[in-house]
Design a binder for this molecule. Sequence first.
Ligand code: AN7
Length: 339
Amino acid sequence: MSGRPGLIRRYLDRLPFEAGDPIVTLKEGSTPLVHAPWLSERVGAEVHLKIEGANPTGSFKDRGMCCALTAAVKEGAEAVICASTGNTAASAAAYAARAGLRCAVMVPEGKIATGKLAQALMHGARVIALRGNFDQALTLVRELAARHPIALVNSVNHYRLEGQKTAAFELVDELERVDAVCIPVGNAGNITAYWKGFQELAHAPRMLGFQAEGAAPLVTGRRVEHPETVASAIRIGNPARWEEAMAAMTASAGRIEAVSDAEILDAYRLLATREGVFCEPASAASVAGLLKHGAGDARRIACVLTGHGLKDPQSALEQAGSVIPCEPGLEAAERAVLG
Ligand code: AN7
């Protein structure tokens, strides 16, 4: 077979699969690592951006989902289910379509970005809008998966973490040494997965996790009943991987800190205008955190940009400049173009 391998084939020896398994892949992983000159200058260290929005459905979830769906097919499942703030739903829907499995996703009504909703619907998932938040949705789908023969593909499923740990492998592959990793934290699956990946390679960069101020249970140490943030992907008040995330932070001498919505939106705009990289607001929390809290004495830093900016056109249009109307004549065009 030619072309790049999906991540199960690329890392087969470090994943719980065998060559003969019914691998479900859209050629996820192997995402670009882009040096960030403006950001590096600003923080006085070498900063790189891991562009996870370059995965097939536009987020890091694809790394975990190819493994979760491969395992589901292997185990004879006919349907999968997840709760989601959007990206997990889009990814589950795509990989289920690919595998020929039915898929149901439960999302908080009116609280997921437009692109993610369009993806889940286009891939033919049954999309259920819960009149409640993500945490309530996760409780419900866990119960449904326990009662019915439906595979749960949230990051409580360990295959998800197995897949997502491969991003740590890629960072070490390309950078050889990385001193700190900045990462947005919602349900805390991804920070747990990265730490697992680094540990398997005997690397120990500082894990710096960032939550939105209105949804920062790991910072305050208390569950948040009504999480609120512009970064809808990380609007989560009771992370399923709470203990694992805290353990990763402690073991790596890292930190989990909060950033405000204003700081997230600043970083979101700066990445787009200064680095040419368009991520979604939740992803920008990693850079907002680095700008606000620093990374100690780390010399080489990776910021994980978890999802593509096109996922959430509404937030972009609210933050960006407006378009300039123009009549179809040369003079009008000159005025419009030259200002
Ligand atoms: C862009 O899709 O939880 O800490 O249901 O979409 O592993 O939860 C998304 C999470 C960061 C946080 N960035 O990762 C879901 C969901 C983006 C995300 C996170 C999410 P975790």
